[in-house]
Design a protein around this ligand. Sequence first.
Ligand code: AMP
Length: 399
Amino acid sequence: MSKFSSHNFSNEKALIRVDFNVPLDKQTQAITDDTRMTAVIPTINKILNDGGSVILMSHLGRPKDGAEEKYSLKHIVQHLSQLLDGKTIKFADDCIGEQAKTLASSLQPGEVLLLENLRFHKEEEKGDAQFAQQLCKLGDVYVNDAFGTAHRAHASTAIIAKYFSPENKMFGLLMNAEVESAEKVLHKADKPFTAIIGGAKVSDKILIIENLLERATDIIIGGGMAYTFMKAQGGTIGTSLCEDERITTAQELLKKAEAKGVCIHLPSDSVIAEKFDMNSDISTSPSNNIPDSWMGLDIGPMACDHFSHVIKNSKTILWNGPMGVFEMEKFQHGTKTIAKAVAEATQNGAFSLVGGGDSVAAVNQFGYADKVSYVSTGGGALLEYFEGKSLPGISAISE
Ligand code: AMP
């Protein structure tokens, strides 16, 4: 049982770092995706049910210079109340200062207080110790349940942990689940272990591929980044996405993979278009022989079959990044097929972890989110974890 699950929060004030950095509609400020909020409700409920009270702190957006109305956490109060069965949410207009102190100290068991956006103070992102100390005084116990910001050494995500004794700082239920599933894939993977890496840019994914070369048996590369690899192998790729300055890196990665016996799978064919446009004429072509004025915007039917076969034979699967421009219907077949293969492999006993903004959006959009083992709430944090970096938000509590 985790430290959090076995802790009794009765009569304690739990200061929880959550990630309520939800997307808001620009005009109405309505929440357009509440996944990050629903993900921490079990943590909040456990504390309240124990007879404790909850003080929530989060950032929202990237305010430049102090408070900005559009980034106020006030916009989420009503929805948070709904997610907690209509409970009244107290709100402090500033995360530190007299009002926050008074509201926190008078909080009764079963009550919830939400603090205003931490990033209205530049000290948050600077990891300022004094700011962290002011925050820490608000609660008896510190709970970190913000995996999405675990890669940042900010005041509320890492520095604050110094001011709580070991028995009074812990991960929440979400953070525990995130860390457990990421560890299972990175350190305890049953083989064959297939990593599916897609998306637009090779440059964003070099470190993760390098680290996975030490662990995976198979790496599937799809999406726009596959064309830099195609060109690195001497193919012609028309006007497909390509990072010419990464061609040497791609060649080195292919060589390293061969030396380590890791199988790199590239899409043998592609769905191609004359323009980056949903109304463009489309065709299919070998990925290494794309006509001059055409571009590859999705993996083709042969690649779909090949990749699905590899995925279905895997015992562990990590998926980060789409196989094509899945936002447009004409180019979503590849990503959809891969989502289906991951779901089938999972049904047959594989452990599958999907993480990183666009692949999560894809499994949600195509209805496969509940058919994979775990969908991570962390984008940058998950990527850094799989690059082999130590995440400050995790080490501040576990070390
Ligand atoms: P990333 O943020 O690097 O994971 O990239 C995700 C984006 O890559 C999505 O918006 C996709 O539309 C885009 N993408 C995937 N495949 C391609 C492609 N073949 N050409 C251009 N963009 C692509």
